[in-house]
Write a protein that binds this ligand. Sequence first.
Ligand code: GLY
Length: 395
Amino acid sequence: MKRLVLALLLSTSTAAFAQTKVSKKAMKALVNESLAFSARQYKGMMTAVPDSLFPRSTNKDGSLMTAKYNWWTAGFYPGSCWYLFEATGDPAFRAEAEKRQQHLLANQFRTNTHDLGFLMYCSFGNDLRLTKDTAARRILLTSSTSLIKRYKPAIGAIRSWDHAGWKCPVIIDNMMNLEMLMWAAKESGDKNFATIAVNHANTTIKNHFRDDYSSYHVIDYDTATGQVLAKKTHQGHSDASAWSRGQAWGLYGYTMMYRETKDKAYLDQARHIADYMLNHPNMPADLIPYYDYDAPEIPNAIRDASAGAVMASALLELSRYVDKTESKRYWNAGADALVSLSGETYRAKEGANNHFILMHSTGSMPGNSEIDVPLSYADYYYLEALLRYKMWTGK
Ligand code: GLY
C-alpha cells in the first residue's frame, strides 16, 4: 500500500496550490494510508511518554520533550488520540485519550491562561463529540466560565498573557479559544459566552490586521481605556512581519466564527487571509510556509509544518462556505498542503521522530526555541485535516 501511494504521488512533488495534480483516487489512498501510518506511529508514542506527562517536541539532544498538564499544548496529544480513535475505531486510542486527559482536569479552574480552548476543547471537546460523555460537558462549561474571567470589557477582548513587560496583550492565537465559548453558549443557553467571543473576534479584526490582511502577532492594550498601546511580534521575524502560524490561526479562527455565527464579515475576513497566504510570493510551491512570510533568509528560511497543517485544515473548511470557483481553489490548496505533509519531506519514518507524525515545525524563531522540530499541534491539525478530507469527500 505504501509503495502504491508513493508511486501515485511521484508526480506531485511540485504541487501548485490552485490546481491539485493528485487524482481523487490517489488522494483517497494517501489519506487512508496517512491515517494508518499515524495510528502506528502513535501506538509507539503511547509507550514512550511517562504517564502524567504529554508529548511536546524533540529536545536539542534528540530526546523526547514532554510537557506538564498546564503547558498550552498539553491537550493536543489526547485530542490526536481522539482523532485516531475516530479514524480507526481502535479502543486503545480512546483509552489513551481518557487516561491522559485526566491529568488536564485542574486546568478547568484556571484563570491565569487564555489557552483553555487549546487545552480543554481539543481534548474534552473531541471526547464529548465522539462519546457524548456528560463529565466532558461539565468540564468544558467550567473551563469556559474560567476563560471568560479574562475578558476585558473596555477592550472588547480576552486577555492573553500575564507576562511582565505587557499591559494587556492579546495575541492572534487567541482566536482559537473562541470555539469553546461558542459551544458553551449553545450548550448552556447563556448568550454571554457568545457575546464575548463575538466581541473578541470583532476587536481582533479592528486592531490586529494590516491593509493587506496580514496580522500582527500581539496587540498590547491599555486595560482601562481599551486604547491600543503597541503592535508587536513575539514569535515572528519582526513587528512588521507576518508570522506564519499567526496567519494560520487567524484563518482558522475566522472560518470557525463564520461557521458558528453565519456573520459574513467573518467569512470575508477568512477569505482575505486565505488570499493573502495563497497569493504571497513567499509561499513555497509545496504550500508549507516558511516560519514567517517576511523571513529575511527566504528561500533558505526554516519552514513551519504546523502552520501548514492548521492552514490545510482551515482551507478545507473554508472551501465549503464560498462559491464554486473559490471553493475549488481553497479545497485544492488544502489538499495540496496535505499531500506535501504526507510526503517524505515532512512525514517521519515509522518509529523515528520520537513517534511524532510530522517533522519541520517551528515554535519560536526569535526565542531560539523549538526550531525545525516535531510539535504536538502540527500532528493534531494534520490528523484533523485528513479526517476532514475524508468526511467531506465521503471517503
Ligand atoms: N499559541 C502559541 C503558538 O502558536 O506558538
